[in-house]
Design a binder for this molecule. Structure first.
Ligand code: HEC
Length: 407
């Protein structure tokens, strides 16, 4: 029962997380675009806002922006904050559900560091909290007046965090924690700065006072960071399904390259929507970053080197030490005979060059480590082997099921 609940829980959390994320990024992109397309209009002085006409879904919209106090503020305002909070909350539980609940499978790699689950939990959560505090203090410091400087320090900070996570967690978990840290900063910006500042401005306006421009200015810096974080964060979130991105000792360099590529592509669109022309060089920079990233992943991961026919490389994940957990012979024989031709460092199966999903089932240790995945993919469901291509019998599935469930 428990593996089924876990699998469904994971799917439902991921489902809501992606939906909330789409709503958040969608509204954020929409407002960025709207801001950039505002034109001067009759009733708002130039530089104090503007209006945009838009057509969508069979109707026409006339949207106005007031930078300072509009002459009249209605009781009801539409706030955009729950998309952000919901994305963070579902993402947080998804992290717990996948990486902390199954920490021996996804989070802790004894070849990197033999951590106790509680220690790993403290490091992961502490890392997210410390990252937010450091970032927040940086923005509040004197340096906060220099957006370029802050941007550069934030960039170095994120790459440093990626490097540090890599020293303690499995390569995949290190990547997702870097993404989670950036996403925590984004939601923290909304929750702790942007929305509270907006409340203060609204309260001042309702009281007939002139709001302190400080609130608008700091909120703007934070939202600019959020804007430039979006593309790299999505890259980090989805790349945990692509072992070539993270299973290299230079994973933190890949993070740096994704940060640059995502930021310049975002910049291209910001400039274009603001009518400042198409900065084509942005795409060149992004392309160069991606080519360097592909080169690094191809030459410094085991899978990439095998695919290129280069000499093998001993990465921490393969230099695993410690006594393997006992795997019964019948189970080992089944997995070796029906799975390992695809799930190996050097797959023998025609057309498969990289262990699918990074799941390796070629040694007793690897089989032991992947016990619950084997249970779900081949014992409880017929997901593996694909189309039962290696003809796994129902008796063999029953044997995997019994072992996987600990019977
Ligand atoms: C013909 C090659 C092949 C064989 C044989 C094979 N697999 Fe796979 N396996 C794949 C591919 C391809 C994927 C990736 C599927 C995807 O991306 O949706 C995969 C994915 C997986 C995953 C990861 C699923 C996930 O989404 O996390 C597990 C676990 C797995 N296989 C276990 C097994 C087991 C156990 C066996 C033997 C009973 C087996 N596989 C046999 C090709 C194979």
């Amino acid at each position: 029962m428990e593996p089924i609940l876990h699998e469904w829980g994971s799917l439902l959390l991921r489902w809501t997380h992606i939906i909330a994320g789409m709503a958040w990024i969608g509204s954020s992109f929409y407002f960025m675009h709207l801001d950039a397309s505002l034109k001067v209009c009759a009733d708002i002085p130039p530089g104090k806002g503007g209006e945009a006409w838009e057509v969508h879904g069979g109707g026409f919209y006339q949207v106005k922006k007031y930078l300072v106090a509009p002459s009249f503020l209605p009781e009801e305002l539409g706030w955009h904050k729950w998309q952000s909070y919901a994305t963070w909350i579902t993402g947080f539980f998804l992290l717990i559900w996948i990486y902390y609940y199954q920490s021996s499978l996804y989070l802790i790699d004894p070849a990197v560091m033999s951590l106790k689950p509680i220690a790993a939990f403290a490091i992961g959560m502490g890392g997210l909290a410390a990252g937010w505090i450091a970032y927040d203090q940086l923005c509040r410091s004197k340096l906060g007046d220099n957006p370029t400087m802050v941007g550069a320090i934030v960039f170095v900070g994120v790459v440093l965090a990626a490097f540090l996570f890599q020293q303690v967690f499995s390569p995949r978990a290190a990547f997702i924690h870097t993404g989670a840290l950036m996403a925590t900063i984004m939601s923290g910006n909304v929750f702790f700065v942007i929305i509270p500042n907006q409340h203060k401005v609204v309260a001042a306006l309702k009281a007939g006072e002139v709001p302190d421009p400080y609130y608008g200015k700091t909120a703007k810096l934070r939202s600019a960071h959020n804007n430039y974080f979006t593309l790299p964060v999505v890259f980090l979130m989805i790349s945990n399904h692509y072992p070539l991105t993270y299973s290299t000792p230079y994973a933190y360099v890949i993070v740096a390259l994704a940060l640059i590529a995502g930021t310049v592509i975002r910049y291209f669109y910001n400039e274009r929507h603001a009518g400042r022309g198409d900065k084509v060089w942005c795409w060149l920079v992004a392309a160069v970053c991606l080519v360097i990233g592909i080169f690094i992943s191809a030459t410094t991961t085991q899978a990439g080197r095998t695919a290129l026919g280069l000499s093998p490389l001993v990465t921490p994940a393969y230099a695993k030490s410690g006594p393997p957990e006992e795997v019964p012979d019948d189970v080992l024989n089944i997995v070796m005979g029906r799975c390992s031709m695809c799930h190996a460092a050097e797959p023998l199966y025609e057309g498969i060059t990289i262990a699918p999903r990074g799941v390796m089932l070629d040694t007793p240790e690897h089989v032991a480590r992947n016990r619950s995945l084997i249970l779900v993919q081949a014992g409880l469901t017929h997901a593996m082997p694909p189309n039962n291509i290696t003809e796994l019998s129902e008796e063999d599935r029953a044997a995997l099921r019994a072992w996987g469930a600990g019977k």
